[in-house]
Design a binder for this molecule. Structure first.
Ligand SMILES: NC(=O)c1ccc[n+]([C@@H]2O[C@H](COP(=O)([O-])OP(=O)(O)OC[C@H]3O[C@@H](n4cnc5c(N)ncnc54)[C@H](O)[C@@H]3O)[C@@H](O)[C@H]2O)c1
Ligand SMILES: CCCCC[C@H](O)CC\C=C/C=C/C=C/[C@@H](O)[C@@H](O)CCCC(=O)O
Length: 260
């Protein structure tokens, strides 16, 4: 998929990985709608990106992915402004094992909500022009982080949901590819205040640190992987792992054709 003229929506776009995703999409010719609940950071980023890439290439909309009303309004405004939606990055996420219900609401329900609201606009069967949806999971979506059991659960669910949607889309003719992005530790605010974020599992902070000591990558490393999943039209149902010493597609076992 060539990105020139394409329109993208990025959730959690104001900071961290979402900010890097927005930048690389703009660098490659797309128009980008930045969705985030952090109004100050979102407006500041839009101003900076507008100066760098042009006034008509970016739009910031304050939007909480937990809100069906706000998500529907944001996607409708995107279509009205840029004529449609070709790319969705369900990236917004949080980590707080004390606020575990909110963690589920943002990390999992927010991804499902973004997918289903976008389908109404992207699905070729209902007048859309197809495209690609990339869900930001995590390496913790493929293997457990003992200090973050609920976060781990949400990211495993995002991987499973993404792969199932990829199959549903291919079988139904939606014209939309679905892929998961599974980064290891990335230098963003999410890695700050770890003890507070681990809540009842803060006694496992040292264990988590042993994993982090294996390496922390930059948001730009993740953004390059996003670009690969967006532009390579052979990718559907994939989980792309990126960490300090490895970049690979998860080799999921294929279903046994017949019992042995
Ligand atoms: N940092 C890491 O080590 C790492 C590794 C793998 C995956 N991830 C995932 O990457 C994604 C982005 O995280 P990050 O590291 O950039 O963190 P971050 O905290 O730097 O950025 C998260 C952004 O999402 C926004 N956000 C949070 N809740 C929201 C909501 N309800 N509605 C709208 N926006 C919301 C925040 O305002 C912020 O701008 C998350 O899904 C996270 O789980 C992060
Ligand atoms: C407290 C910071 C949490 C950051 C969460 C981000 O999503 C980054 C996740 C980064 C790495 C996850 C690693 C998961 C590793 C598992 O696959 C497994 O190998 C480790 C489980 C522990 C064990 O080896 O038993």
């Amino acid at each position: 998929m060539a990105l020139s003229g394409k329109s993208a929506v990025v959730t959690g776009a104001a900071m961290g990985i979402g900010k890097a995703m927005s930048e690389i999409l703009l660098q490659n010719g797309a128009k980008v709608v930045l969705l985030d609940m952090n109004e100050a950071a979102g407006k500041s980023l839009q101003e900076a990106l507008s100066k760098q890439y042009g006034q008509d290439r970016t739009l910031f909309l304050i939007c909480n992915v937990e809100s069906e009303e706000q998500m529907k309004a944001a996607f409708q405004k995107t279509v009205e402004t840029f004529g449609g939606i070709d790319i969705l990055c369900n990236n917004a996420g949080m980590l707080n094992e004390s606020e575990w219900e909110k963690t589920v609401s943002v990390n999992l329900l927010g991804v499902i909500r973004g997918t289903y609201v976008a389908l109404q606009h992207m699905n070729k069967l209902t007048g859309g022009r197809g495209g690609v949806i990339v869900n930001t999971a995590s390496l913790a979506g493929l293997g457990p982080l003992p200090s973050c059991p609920v976060y781990t659960a949400t990211k495993h669910a995002v991987v499973g949901f993404t792969r199932a949607m990829a199959g549903a889309s291919a079988a139904s003719g939606y014209g939309i590819r679905f892929n998961a992005l599974c980064p290891g530790f990335v230098q963003t605010d999410l890695l700050s205040n770890i003890l507070a974020r681990l809540g009842p599992f803060s006694h496992l902070e040292a264990l988590t640190q042993t994993f982090m000591d294996k390496g922390v990558i930059n948001t730009s490393d993740v953004a390059k992987c996003l670009l690969e999943l967006v532009t390579d039209e052979t990718k559907n149902g994939e989980a792309l792992i990126v960490k300090s010493d490895l970049k690979m597609y998860m080799p999921f076992p294929t279903e046994p054709k017949t019992p042995k």
